[in-house]
Design a protein around this ligand. Sequence first.
Ligand code: AMP
Length: 615
Amino acid sequence: MAKIAIDLKSGSIKNEDQLIIGIDLGTTNSLVAYISDGQPVVVKDHDGKSGLVPSLIYFPDNDSVIVGNEARPHLINDPGRTIFSVKRLMGKSYADIVDYEHQLGYQILTDDKDRLVKVRVGDRFYSPIELSAHILRKLKTRVELALSQTVEKAVITVPAYFNDAQRQATRDAGKLAGLDVLRIVNEPTAASLAYGLGLAPEEKKTIAVYDLGGGTFDISVLRIEDGVFEVLSTNGDTFLGGDDIDQVIVTYWIEKHRLDLATPSARQALRLAAEEAKKVLSGEDQFTVEFEGFHLDLSRTAFELLIQPLVERTIQSCQAALTDARLTTADIQEVIMVGGSTRIPFVKSSVSTFFGKPVHDELNPDEVVAAGAAIQADILAGNRKDLLLLDITPLSLGIETVGDLMDVIIPRNTKVPCGYARQYTTSIDGQKNLKIAVYQGERDLVTNNRKLAEFILSDIPPMPAGIPKLEIRFQLNADGILQVLAKELRSGTTQSIMVKPQYGIDEEEMGRMLLDSIQNAKEDMQLKALREAQNEGRMMVQSAGKFIQQNLGWLDERQVQEIQRLAGLLGQSIDEESKDEIQKRLESLNAYTTPLAHKALEVHVAGAMKGQTIR
Ligand code: AMP
């Protein structure tokens, strides 16, 4: 007899056997895995050979779509209808990708630089979310066919540096593919789970995950403590991987034999030969092939010399990641290798030499991320001790305040999930609305940072400037999605938004933004000091005006004129943008009005006391 479990709280039927799958949604290849008898199983294709589903989508016509291996031939014979590297477009605007648009064989819509990218195929337009959903649907079907059961819940991995927009886009793609995405997990976190790191309750370790795939390179430094994963730093290159290694071999052969490659298919054939050479040289010392009448060869030694500069770049990234995390190689206890290109012995030995210890390469480097995603799924399904996965926010998040200044609410490198609140007030009497503009970045002026969202807190009850207590709260959840809440504490008026940024920042740009903030630190600080002096000056001019009005009863004409003269001079210096001059005139005005303010206080107190009897 079948048992039916009912959730007593909600009254709904619990499906105890609900399977949650783990998905590695990659730039070049994607994989799906699940847990069987406590072990991750990567679902293979029908001939049982490979778990990799090439992240390729071919649209033969407007009504059909072919995903994976079967789409591959069309990269050459129908490039305009064959989409690759969708992951690079996730959460991006056209302005974000304009530099590498020429590398894509398909057409990108260019009507508005700031809107999210769309891909044009014939007379149809597809968002990267829709395109990724095709890949996810293929993976979902693959596992459903293999297990003869439907699956609805998934964990999907993303690079550690993915920002809010990219994570949200990945989540949306899952939804579109009919999957309830329970968690977005960082790829290096998944890789360490696959190696069993972080599963023991008292484990404390600092590890490095080196991921060299087909098109991208990532290095992440993680701290594992009591089952909590924290990304200490990330670095890498979004355009460095196996494809570049193939290209180096292609260029070498072209130059050596003065090859003339007239047709795209000849170019493609040579590229495939280069990739084969690379793979063969992972196991053997020599490679030879006949190509259009030429005898092409490559020794392992020659190959290692050719790729040395590329490998060196990855090592420099490793060093940069360590520096960012304020660590040295001696602090790293484990090094995990991820991605097909880490099969190259020279890559392994270079990484091992750099870190001064053997690297983990026991598992299939193509499958570790998917396997780890499945383990995370299993944890979420309640089948393992619950582990909390912690990440960091790579760029600071804050709001715009008076004078275009960035007021940071969640600083860069803060662990997520997290929530921070800060109080503000109004600057104008009777102000009813407050514009809240949310920015991401490290610079002091918001104009140099990236705007994520803007909204209005309305219906603030009219009060004099400075009286309302406005609390702005930032809540960043485990997926890195930001919720902003604004509340006027005296009246309880609230507004909240989920920040789904219009466009994202890629790793390179993030690096540039950080570098900019360092290089411009001095200039930024000067400008910030000027803006602050200007704000103070403006407030002072305003209150001088108010002071005259409120005290006309007893101030004499000479005093009124002197306050006006000094406030006028201050106003002038604010417009002239000279910080020191503003400061000087602020002081003069202050020096003149302070004794008068004391006098005003006496007058008011005397007035208030009048008519009161003191017993
Ligand atoms: P990934 O994006 O992780 O699937 O990595 C795929 C990359 O790994 C491609 O550039 C492949 O050419 C490369 N690759 C796969 N097998 C090997 C191998 N045996 N030796 C060197 N590179 C390999």
